[in-house]
Design a binder for this molecule. Sequence first.
Ligand code: PAF
Length: 265
Amino acid sequence: MNPVVVRAISALRQAVHDVRRRGLTVGFVPTMGALHEGHASLIRAARKETGFVVVSIFVNPTQFGPHEDLARYPQPFEKDLALCAVESADLVFAPQVETLYPQGFRTAVEVGGLQDVLEGSSRPGHFRGVATVVLKLFHLVSPDHAYFGQKDAQQVRIIQQMTRDLNLPVEVRVCPIVREADGLALSSRNVFLDTAQRKNATVLYRSLVEAQAMIKQGERSSTVLQRMLTERITATPGVILDSAAIVDADSLQPIDPLREQVLIA
Ligand code: PAF
């Protein structure tokens, strides 16, 4: 069955209110659209665990820098709705920009320490935009569980921290990365890659796997691992490396030698 498409906040709130009165739990999958199998896996997880599944489709302008790809971000809305229907989502919330950011909007959420490192250092303001819109969406949808992909590991960490710090009554569920057969993580932006770029992009997965194998064989030096990652990635034609880092999975700070849970980013 096709999901109900809702654009207004009042209609969203009414729908969630009605299903709660029926005793259903609410699962929420926030997205920017251009849905793929990674999103489908999140919707399936929500479908399995909750009684009413809300998917938001909103290309959030505040998480794009001035020279980023906001204007050309893919928006195949009808295709997205078809995927939501196949995965049995109940409601799609697709607000206009003015609905979430009316004239005079001023407030932002900052998750200090986590938002400015790694991807945040090359995309200033990105995670402030993400945290702000996710908090707004959490308030509007008031889900029991919200589903995010492990692919965006820093985003996940920031949302977990925000949820804890602000005592939000939502459980953040983190679902495994979905990859192509050759290891490339599914991403809405993969459509921007031409054939050669698409092939070269697999260096990310290959070097991660190599780092993981080195760790399993006993390597504990981040310096050694980072050198290998940097060499592999920079040797690949057309790839420009922002950073290759081995960080503590909780603080996202560099860690050397390796201890506890680490994230290779
Ligand atoms: O991961 C995304 O698609 C976005 O960052 C999110 C969480 C939907 C916020 O706009």
